[in-house]
Design a protein around this ligand. Structure first.
Ligand SMILES: [Zn+2]
Length: 141
């Protein structure tokens, strides 16, 4: 759906536009609410989020990142390049719930484990019961 190539300067506007929309919705805010919180006009917010590629200033995005409570860099993150992000299937050893753990997070814990000399695969507390989330398939590692 992207109409600009990565080399095009308009590309970053599309990326930020997508992210503003995403994080606004995650916060449960309407465009009206965001406009109100930041004291910008509704049409300006609509413009930022629209696909008509309205340009906006870094300062405006800075202010939006502050009111949304999102790291400025997150608003510039191109999630299309993260599409290859993989998940590892975890399963609770008690209630059996399945959880997809982002591989990035799991690897982070693998590093911490290694630093402390722990050779086990990372386990996590189940959020639904007292059980432990364990990798469903250790071959994923
Ligand atoms: Zn459980």
């Amino acid at each position: 759906m992207s109409s600009f190539k990565k080399e095009d300067e308009n590309y970053i506007y599309e990326v930020i536009s997508r992210n503003v929309k995403k994080y606004r919705k995650l916060k449960g805010w309407t465009q009206e609410k965001l406009a109100e919180e930041i004291d910008y006009s509704l049409s300006f917010i609509r413009g930022i989020e629209s696909t008509c590629h309205q340009t906006f200033s870094i300062g405006a995005i800075w202010r939006i990142s502050l009111v949304l409570g999102v790291d400025f860099c997150k608003l510039c993150e191109d999630d299309k390049t993260n599409k290859t992000q993989k998940f590892i299937n975890y399963k609770c050893n008690k209630c059996g719930i399945n959880v997809k753990m982002p591989i990035k997070i799991v690897k982070h814990f693998v590093n911490i484990y290694e630093l402390s000399g722990n050779k086990n695969l990372p386990q996590f507390d189940c959020t639904e019961c007292e059980g432990k989330l364990v990798p469903e398939n250790p071959m994923d590692f």
